[in-house]
Design a protein around this ligand. Structure first.
Ligand SMILES: *Cc1c(COP(=O)(O)O)cnc(C)c1O
Length: 426
C-alpha cells in the first residue's frame, strides 16, 4: 500500500521519536486517534470557499455539516456567540483580527516578545510589526507578572486602537477585567489570544476571557489537544458591539468583518479535513474526562515547578497557574545558555525549547531560559509522582551538558520508562 517508502520511513521515524522521549514543549500535545483519522480523511479533497450555506463551490452540503458541528461545539465550550473555525493557524486568526480592526499604520499594544509575547503580537519581522505600529507592555522584574500599571500608563499615552493580552511563555492568570477597563476608557478593542491556555479555560480551570474581551483568538493544537489550526470567538456580552463604516458607507458588524477578514481577506479555501478534526477535538473537550485531563496537566505543572525550585532553579514569577513554566538558568548555572541546555536535553530525548527570560542578558539565539509544559506528558499518562523524577533527570543532564556518557545514561532511563506509556493505537 505504501508506494512512497521514502516519506513513510520518515513518518515512522518521527513516530518513534515521539514515542521514546519525554515531550516537554509547552505548546505541543498528542492528538487522539480520532483527530488523526479525521485529518487524514477524504475531506481534504473538497474546495469550500465561503461559509456553511454560502459557498462558492457546489457539492459542499456534506462539509457544511462538519463545519457547523465544529462551530456549534466550539460555541458550547466557551459560551461563545460567534465563532470562526477556518483560520489555518493561530497567527492567521490574529492576522484576520488585525485586518478587521485596524488600518495599516494603526497603533496596537501587546506583551513584549522577550517577556513572553508572541511573534504575531508585534515582532518586527512579522506582519503585525511590519504593517502596524506596535507598542509593548512588560513584566515587572521583581514579580515576574504583567506590569498592569505600565500597561495602563502606556495605553493612556499612546491610545492604541487594539490591546492584546495573551502570551506564549507566561505561567500566570491574567487580570482581563483591568485591561478591559482601560480599553473602554481609551476606546480600544480588547483582544485575548488564549492559544496556550485554551484547554485549561475550556475545562473551567482558568478564567474565560470571553467574559471580558471583545474578540478572542486561539490555536487548537496546544492545551486544547486538537489538530494544528486557529479559531476566532466573540462572547455573548460583547457580540457585535460596534460597527465600522466601509468605504461605501455601509455599517458592518464585527462578526461580518471577522468572517470576511478570514475569507477572502487572508485565506482561500478552508481546510475542511482539519475543521472536521477540530470538531472531533471540540467534542472531546466537552467530555468529563477532558476536565480530569486538564486538572492533571495543571497539577503536573505545579509539582514540576516546585521540584525545579527545590533543586535551586529560579522559576519566573515563582510558580505557575497553568500548564507551563519558564526557568531562568542563571540562578543555578550562570554560564549555561538556553541553547546549550536545549541541545543537551534533546540529545537525552527530553524535548524542550530555549526561551528568553524577562530582562534577559543574552540574545534570542542564546537565551538564559528554558520553557517547560506538561500537556503532552499528561496526555501520555504521566502523573504528578513522576514530575520530580523528570526534573532530576533534567538536572543530571544540565550538570554536565557536554558529557556524552552522562547524556547517554539519562537517555536510556528515559527510553525505558516511556516504553511503558503507549502512544499510538495504530
Ligand atoms: C502558538 C501561538 C500562536 C500561533 O500559533 P501558530 O498556529 O503557530 O500560528 C499565536 N499566539 C500565541 C500567544 C501563541 O502562543
Amino acid at each position: 500500500m505504501k508506494q512512497d517508502p521514502e516519506i513513510f520511513a520518515i513518518i515512522q521515524k518521527e513516530r518513534e521519536r515521539q514515542t521514546k522521549g519525554i515531550e516537554l514543549i509547552a505548546s505541543e500535545n498528542f492528538v487522539s486517534d480520532q483527530v488523526l483519522q479525521a485529518m487524514g480523511s477524504v475531506l481534504t479533497n473538497k474546495y469550500a470557499e465561503g461559509y456553511p450555506g454560502h459557498r462558492y463551490y457546489g457539492g459542499c452540503e456534506v462539509v457544511d455539516l462538519a463545519e457547523d458541528l465544529a462551530r456549534n461545539r466550539l460555541k458550547q465550550i466557551y459560551n461563545a456567540e460567534y465563532v470562526n473555525v477556518q483560520p489555518h493557524s493561530g497567527a492567521q486568526a490574529n492576522m484576520a483580527v488585525f485586518m478587521a480592526c485596524l488600518k495599516a499604520g494603526d497603533t496596537f499594544m501587546g506583551l513584549n516578545l522577550s517577556h513572553g509575547g508572541h511573534l504575531s503580537h508585534g515582532s518586527a519581522v512579522n506582519f503585525s510589526g511590519l504593517m502596524f505600529r506596535a507598542i509593548d507592555y512588560s513584566l515587572n522584574e521583581q514579580t515576574g507578572r504583567v506590569d498592569y500599571d505600565e500597561l495602563e500608563q502606556k495605553a493612556r499615552a499612546e491610545r492604541p486602537k487594539l490591546i492584546i493580552a495573551g502570551a506564549s511563555a507566561y505561567s500566570r492568570e491574567w487580570d482581563y477585567a483591568r485591561i478591559r477597563k482601560v480599553a473602554d476608557e481609551i476606546g480600544a478593542i480588547f483582544m485575548v489570544d488564549m492559544a496556550h491556555p485554551a484547554g485549561l479555560i475550556a475545562a473551567g480551570l482558568l478564567d474565560n476571557p470571553l467574559k471580558y474581551a471583545h474578540i478572542v483568538t486561539s490555536t487548537t493544537h496546544k492545551t486544547l489537544r486538537g489538530p494544528r489550526g486557529g479559531v476566532i470567538l466573540m462572547g455573548k456580552d460583547f457580540a457585535n458591539p460596534w460597527g465600522k463604516t466601509t468605504p461605501k458607507g455601509e455599517v458592518k458588524m464585527m462578526s461580518a468583518l471577522l468572517d470576511s477578514a478570514v475569507f477572502p481577506g487572508t485565506q482561500g479555501g478552508p481546510l475542511e479535513h482539519v475543521i472536521a478534526a477540530k470538531a472531533v477535538a471540540f467534542g472531546e473537550a466537552l467530555q468529563p474526562e477532558f476536565k480530569t485531563y486538564q486538572q492533571q496537566v495543571k497539577k503536573n505543572a505545579a509539582v514540576m515547578a516546585q521540584a525545579f525550585m527545590d533543586l535551586g532553579y529560579k522559576i519566573i514569577s515563582g510558580g505557575t497557574d497553568n500548564h507551563s513554566m519558564l526557568v531562568d538558568l542563571r540562578t543555578k548555572y550562570p554560564d549555561l545558555t538556553g541553547k546549550v541546555a536545549e541541545h543537551a536535553l534533546v540529545a537525552a530525548d527530553i524535548t524542550t525549547n530555549k526561551n528568553m527570560v524577562p530582562f534577559d542578558t543574552r540574545s534570542a539565539f542564546q537565551t538564559s531560559g528554558l520553557r517547560f509544559g506538561t500537556p503532552a506528558i499528561t496526555t501520555r499518562g504521566l502523573k504528578e509522582d513522576k514530575m520530580p523524577w523528570i526534573v532530576e533527570l533534567i538536572d543530571t543532564v544540565l550538570q554536565a551538558p557536554e558529557s556524552e556518557t552522562n547524556i547517554a545514561k539519562v537517555r536510556e532511563v528515559v527510553n525505558q520508562e516511556m516504553n511503558q506509556y503507549p502512544l499510538f493505537a495504530w
